[in-house]
Ligand binder design. Structure first.
Ligand SMILES: *Cc1c(COP(=O)(O)O)cnc(C)c1O
Length: 421
């Protein structure tokens, strides 16, 4: 059995920190997301301690898990934040995060988003196109502000990950072609309301190999040196996020070994290192709990029909992601190989396929490594209220998001006015 950071097994019972998952499922019902405060903290501290000898800013990628209690945990450790919308920026503020440590990524920032971020004085805009640069310059001008800018370049490196989460190839929509970047920097340097401060890239997600990170950084450094020759001195180099985690039998580098591979390239340089890790901070710090409603067999296949669906956790349906699933068994069950499927009316609605499990109706199941790209990607499809989120701290259970109610589901909708004939 694979042991995940936050989860341990004692006498057939699964625990998160010192709290039994069955207790949480019993108290709060299922489906339910559960996070470990200690695991989130430890994952962040692993980056921080690997970087004691280098000036750095670790900007947690909010989109991986944006619950404000998660952001609060990280803000208290001194984290910065990588955001992709104003909604995420408002979450950071609510959680006590420092806007001066926020970098703003994303290909489609609007003028009103730019305005709000300028007003709060964020660390930097990661600009993804020339058109965006122009809008940012004119927006800053009308606010009487100057925007700190990093250009997100596309280093054309193959991250060798799933095509949907690979972002650093020429064919992807992200960033500015690294071969054209020097020209764009020269334009930016002449804009009255733009202050060029850095360069960034983000080549993909769930990378299990260090080599693509090193290639990307080498290309970035060549650009930084070229720019210095043109009189454009950068203050920081942001190499994005993307470090993978273990879902199955992957062996991704630890933050420590990742940093020791790239730090030699940066040691004699004055630029601050900025990182944007998301998944590697929260994925293995969380699980999703669900309950078996029915067992069903069609002769060829056994199905465990559970109360969580693709609207609660879309990764298996969207990316064919493999996620470990373990039973929190009541003991009186028989072993079989199951497809674990949900209530949503789509054939793509599954959490796991062909898994040996000892279960019976009523048992709880624990979907592992669900702390990143889990709740944040959930929806109300099939009019299903979204699950609650819980943060465990030792033996303390904190409900950090309530289960949605039917009232929540309908709020904001209205009927057409009555027709008067
Ligand atoms: C998604 C994203 C991240 C975080 O990626 P992880 O794989 O979760 O570490 C960082 N930076 C940018 C620009 C992103 O889009």
């Amino acid at each position: 059995m694979i042991m995940h950071h936050a989860i341990s097994s004692q006498d057939g019972n699964l625990f998160i920190e010192s709290t039994a998952l069955s207790t949480i499922a019993g108290q709060l019902g299922t489906p339910c997301y559960v996070y470990s405060k200690a695991a989130i903290s430890n994952n962040f501290l692993a980056y921080q301690s690997a970087l004691v000898d280098k000036e750095h800013l670790i900007c947690y990628a909010v989109k991986a898990n944006s619950n404000i209690a998660v952001l609060q945990t990280l803000a208290e450790l001194g984290a910065g934040f990588d955001i992709v919308s104003i909604g995420e920026l408002e979450r950071v503020l609510r959680a006590g995060g420092d806007p001066a440590k926020v970098v703003f990524s994303g290909v489609a920032k609007t003028a009103s988003e730019m305005q709000r971020a300028l007003e709060l004085g964020i660390h930097c805009f990661n600009v993804e196109s020339e058109a965006e640069l122009e809008l940012l310059n004119s927006t800053a001008s009308s606010c009487g502000a100057t925007a700190a800018v990093s250009l997100r370049v596309n280093p054309d490196v193959d991250a060798q990950t799933h095509p949907y989460i690979s972002t650093g190839l020429k064919e992807n929509k992200f960033g500015i072609d690294i071969n054209l970047a020097a020209q764009v920097y020269q334009r930016a340097a002449q804009m009255a309301h733009i202050n060029v401060v850095g360069v960034d890239c983000h080549i993909g997600s769930q990378l299990v190999d260090i080599a693509p990170f090193v290639s990307a950084l080498e290309r970035l450094l060549a650009l930084v040196d070229e720019l210095a020759g043109l009189g454009i001195a950068l203050k920081h180099i942001d190499i994005g996020g993307g470090l993978g985690v273990r879902y199955d039998d992957e062996e991704p580098p630890t933050p420590q070994s990742y940093m020791s591979a790239i730090l030699p390239l940066l040691m004699d340089r004055s630029e601050t290192l900025v990182l944007e890790p998301g998944r590697s901070i929260t994925a293995n710090a969380g699980v999703m709990l669900t309950q078996v409603q029915y067992l069903k067999s069609n002769g060829e296949k056994n199905f465990a029909i559970v109360d969580a669906a693709m609207n609660d956790m879309i990764r298996p349906a969207l990316y064919q992601a493999w996620m470990d699933i373990q039973s929190i068994s009541t003991g009186n069950s028989e072993s079989a190989v199951y497809d674990v499927v949900g209530p949503v009316c789509e054939t793509g609605d599954f959490l796991a396929k062909d898994r040996p499990l000892s279960i019976c109706a009523g048992d709880y199941l624990c979907l592992m490594s669900a702390g990143a790209y889990g709740f944040v990607m959930s929806s109300n499809y099939n009019s299903r209220p979204r699950a609650p989120e819980v943060m465990v701290d030792g033996d303390q259970i904190h409900l950090v998001r309530q289960r949605e109610t039917i009232e929540d589901l309908l709020s904001g909708e209205s009927l057409l006015p009555a027709v008067v004939r």
